[in-house]
Write a protein that binds this ligand. Structure first.
Ligand code: ADP
Length: 245
């Protein structure tokens, strides 16, 4: 079953379309890299894909359910772009943020021993257990990204959606961050990653979607590098859709 089914989706701000007639599926267990130039509609499409925005035309389904009716938000972990720049004064601690992931899962409103274990396991999993009592506002951008991934893991998310998560993160931390995503994906979590570094996408993603308002390509990284889709999307010239299925 598709984790996300995007069907003929068009969306615009104030009547100016920024996503035009886009269709593709993300299979459960896939690692999709979403690429395209600045302003090409990637963030908007990601928000449409996880039900944060409603299409003007077309439909999105999440795990087989129309996005408008999907009510299991805890299955989707969203790490928006500005997490890395969160307010420095943010007074909340790492473990408090990760605990939030359990709220929809708690039985009878109580924070149980099982919840506590899930929070600890999630922090261990992403390598932030030693930061549990630190304030989120004091962490580096890369550490903050991990906190929000741990929150999603604590909530037993099936799908992680990340918007340029390593902007402003040093090269070494970036590499270990992508290793983590790779491992989470290998463990069965579907990953959708907006990424400007094409090398990261062709290394880690199992499929690529290339966008510039319209979809220029959807298929394997191997096929992507063989096509002209990237140059066409960045050049803004006329194109044919490359579908590699
Ligand atoms: P990308 O993630 O590829 O940089 P975005 O989806 O952020 O692209 O933006 C696509 C286009 O939509 C851009 O021209 C941007 O200025 C515009 N846009 C994005 N968000 C809004 C908004 N909330 N209101 C109006 N225009 C927006």
């Amino acid at each position: 079953m598709a984790a996300i089914d995007v069907r003929d989706v068009t969306f615009g701000y104030a009547g100016r379309s920024v996503v035009e007639d886009v269709s593709f599926e993300v299979e459960a267990g896939a690692f999709l890299g979403l690429v395209g130039p600045n302003g090409s509609g990637k963030t908007t499409l990601l928000e449409l894909m996880i039900g944060l925005r409603r299409p003007d035309r077309g439909t999105v389904s999440l795990f087989g359910v129309p996005a408008a009716e999907f009510d299991e938000g805890e299955r989707i972990g969203y790490v928006p772009q500005d997490v890395a720049n969160a307010d420095e004064a943010m007074p909340i601690t790492v473990s408090e943020v990760v605990r939030m992931g359990r709220y929809p899962r708690r039985l009878f409103g109580r924070f149980s021993e099982a919840d506590r274990r899930a929070v600890e396991a999630a922090m261990e999993r992403v390598g932030i257990a030693d930061l549990a009592d630190r304030r989120v506002g004091r962490l580096s951008g890369g550490q903050r990204q991990r906190v929000f991934i741990a929150r999603a893991l604590a909530g037993e998310a099936d799908l992680l959606a990340l918007d340029e998560p390593t902007t402003g993160v040093d090269a070494e931390s970036r590499e270990s961050f992508y290793e983590l995503l790779h491992e989470l994906n290998a463990g069965g979590i579907t990953v959708v990653l907006i990424e400007h570094d094409i090398g990261v996408v062709t290394t880690h993603a199992s499929e690529v979607a290339c966008l510039n308002r319209e979809l220029y390509f959807h298929g394997s990284p191997e096929a992507f590098v063989e096509t002209d889709a990237l140059a066409e999307a960045y050049g803004g010239s006329q194109h044919v859709v490359h579908h590699d299925h």
